[in-house]
Structure formats: structure tokens, C-alpha cells
Write a protein that binds this ligand. Structure first.
Ligand code: SF4
Ligand code: SF4
Length: 362
């Protein structure tokens, strides 16, 4: 019989209809159940890792819900910052300038939270730190620099379904969300980018940016030499014609295992100064990268907090399925076994699937 204590997870029931003030108080209550604020020291750089939501997305965590948390963190350290990393795909979150503008437009402004926004992998995704891998699928993780430079990490996660992983929650926010563009490419793809020849204007810009000399001239267009390519992802953003494409070819098992391994390597840099808050409000079939609003796949449930990312995700999934009357609403969206990230996360020491849930009254 196992003598390992189950991980502690705290649950505050909540729904979007509570309104921003009550939701802010409930989120603050969930965080206060952990010792995160106690271990935070004056002068700590504290990364509040969040997804600001794609343009026209409606499901992202609203900044007003974070007012109590922001005030509590600010009271401990003036060096807190809201952060995310640039996207792999080309769009309004693939460079820091547009990314910050989008965050502002969604209300993540100093007048709302009094916390600055810093995009963790720099202007165009080149600010990267390596982290030695474990004996799994990842050799060296390529993590957004500002994340690993911080002293503390508070992951604020909107739990949703996901087209490639079935479910996206704290493990994904940590593993994929804190990875640099090269790290995201490594997780998403077994191969390197490819050139869509009919879109290539043969302008030559990608030649100058490729650090590996992997762009090769062909007849009226360029191609990528897979042997030389190191998978940095630079060419994806410098091509103004969208001619360089990600091969979204990783299978659902391997991508989840890679995400969990990245999550472990991110978390390893923080010792005790990590906390994970999962928001089960407006749970949608797709993640907040969708540039549209989507209907909820289950009624609103609440906010969960834990210092264990595997446990908080397991508890989130359990509550979502229970609220849906036992139906696996994630698999109704995409028929993917989403539990692989939990299973692999536990196997590599990221956290525990076994948890003890403490529920606070509304
Ligand atoms: S930057 Fe784009 S359009 Fe220009 S050569 Fe490279 S792939 Fe072709
Ligand atoms: S991913 Fe990096 S190494 Fe590979 S072709 Fe693009 S710029 Fe060159």
C-alpha cells in the first residue's frame, strides 16, 4: 500500500454569473488556501502565467477576476508580471508588440491590475533558456527566458478541451505555454517546418534569419534541408507571406508526453514557489487560441488551487466529468485520450494523480 500522501487540492465553487467582484474574491480565497503567498519574498520576480486570449476569443480568464490575487501578490513583491510566450503560428500573438496590445485590449492593463505585461520569450521569440531534459522525449527544453529568470510562478489556467491533447489545463499552460517558439515546435512536430512552394515569393528573407543554413534555393522558391534544420522556428515568423508552415504531425500520445516533460523542466526551476489555479468557468471545446467565442461544454464549476499541477488537472477533469453526468465531454469534442498527460506527468515526477479535495462553501 502506498504511503505517499495524496496532493491537496482546494475547490471554490463559482460561476461566471457571480460577476467580477465575487469571482475576484473567490479566486483570492483559492490562492490563500495555499502557502504560495507565505513563501513569496519581497523583491521576488513573480511570473503570473496566463493566456491573454486570441483576438475575438471570449473564454479567457478575465482580468477583473484576478484583482484580489494581483493585490495580494503586489503586497508581497512589486516585481510581479503577467506573462505568456509568443505563438508558434503567425498571428497577433506571435510577436511581443502585438501580443501586449492584444492583452491590453482584453483588459490586462495597469489601470485594471497594476501589474505589467512582459512577453516571456522576447520581441520575436528569441529569448530562450535551455533546461537539461530527463531521459524521456526531450533532450534540452527550450523555455521562454523570463519564466526561468523569475523566482516564483503562479499559473492561472482556463481549463478547456483541445484539438491535439483532448484537454488543456495546468500541465499544458506550464509545458507548452512556457516554451519558446522552438520549444513549441519541438512539442508539436516530429519533423521540421516545410515551405509551401506556391506561397513562396523567393524574397530571400528567411535565408538571412536561418541560423543553421538550412534554407536552400530551388527553382523559383526555397526549400528546407531537414538534415541541417535545427527546428528553431525563426523562419516561421520572418516569412511575411505565410509560406513556411508547421507540420502539425505529432501524435496525441507523444505531444502530451513532451508537454508533461517540458512542464517538469519549467517547474523544476522554482522549488516551492509555484501555485496552480484552474478556472472551470466557460469550459469550451477548444482552447483560448480560437479567435471566436464558443459555447460551454459543461456548466460553470469553480476555481481549483493546488501546488501540484497533475493533481489540480486530475481534480479539474474529475469535476468536469462529474458535472456532465459522467459523460466525457472532452472526448465528445475530440476523440483523444487526454489522460496521457496526467499519467506521464505522474510517471516522471511532475505530480500526483491522487488528491484530497477540500471544498469551500460558496
Ligand atoms: S521568406 Fe517566405 S517568401 Fe521569402 S523566400 Fe523565405 S519562404 Fe519564400
Ligand atoms: S526552423 Fe530554424 S533552422 Fe530550420 S529552416 Fe527554419 S530558421 Fe532554419
Amino acid at each position: 500500500m502506498s504511503t505517499i500522501e495524496p496532493a491537496r487540492v482546494y475547490f471554490v465553487p463559482a460561476r461566471g454569473a457571480d460577476g467580477p467582484d465575487i469571482l475576484a474574491a473567490k479566486a483570492g480565497r483559492a490562492l490563500a488556501a495555499l502557502d504560495f503567498l507565505d513563501v513569496l519574498e519581497a523583491g521576488d520576480f513573480c511570473a503570473l502565467k496566463i493566456h491573454f486570449g486570441e483576438r475575438n476569443n471570449k473564454g479567457y480568464i478575465k482580468p477583473e477576476w484576478l484583482r484580489t490575487i494581483a493585490a495580494a501578490v503586489r503586497a508581497k513583491t512589486p516585481r510581479a508580471f503577467l506573462t505568456d510566450s509568443n505563438t508558434l503560428y503567425v498571428g497577433p500573438r506571435s510577436n511581443s508588440v502585438e501580443h501586449i496590445r492584444l492583452a491590453w485590449s482584453h483588459g490586462f492593463r495597469p489601470d485594471v491590475l497594476d501589474i505589467p505585461v512582459i512577453i516571456a520569450d522576447g520581441l520575436i521569440g528569441r529569448d530562450v533558456q535551455g533546461a537539461a531534459g530527463i531521459s524521456g522525449r526531450i533532450g534540452e527544453a527550450k523555455i521562454a527566458s523570463a519564466i526561468l529568470s523569475a523566482d516564483a510562478l503562479l499559473a492561472l489556467t482556463h481549463v478547456t478541451g483541445h484539438v491535439q491533447t483532448g484537454m488543456g489545463a495546468a500541465i499544458k499552460n506550464l509545458g507548452m505555454g512556457c516554451a519558446s517558439r522552438a520549444g513549441k515546435l519541438e512539442q508539436h512536430s516530429v519533423a521540421h517546418p516545410r515551405v509551401q512552394t506556391k506561397s513562396c515569393r523567393d524574397c530571400g528573407v528567411c535565408f538571412d534569419h536561418c541560423p543553421a543554413g538550412a534554407i536552400v534555393q530551388a527553382e523559383g522558391h526555397v526549400t528546407i534541408d531537414d538534415v541541417r534544420c535545427i527546428g528553431c522556428g525563426e523562419c516561421l515568423v520572418v516569412c511575411k507571406f505565410g509560406a513556411i508552415r508547421v507540420r502539425w504531425d505529432e501524435d496525441y500520445r507523444r505531444i502530451q508526453e513532451k508537454i508533461a516533460e517540458y512542464a517538469l523542466l519549467v517547474r523544476r526551476g522554482f522549488k516551492r514557489k509555484t501555485a496552480f489555479l484552474n478556472f472551470l468557468i466557460g469550459v469550451t471545446k477548444d482552447c483560448d487560441c480560437m479567435a471566436k467565442g464558443e459555447a460551454s461544454i459543461v456548466e460553470d464549476i469553480g476555481i481549483l488551487a493546488s501546488s501540484d499541477p497533475v493533481a489540480v488537472d486530475q481534480a479539474s477533469a474529475d469535476l468536469i466529468l462529474k458535472t456532465a453526468g459522467g459523460r466525457d465531454v472532452f472526448r465528445r469534442g475530440y476523440d483523444i485520450d487526454w489522460s496521457i498527460q496526467l499519467e506521464h506527468g505522474q510517471k516522471i515526477g511532475l505530480g500526483l494523480r491522487r488528491y484530497a479535495l477540500t471544498t469551500f462553501n460558496e
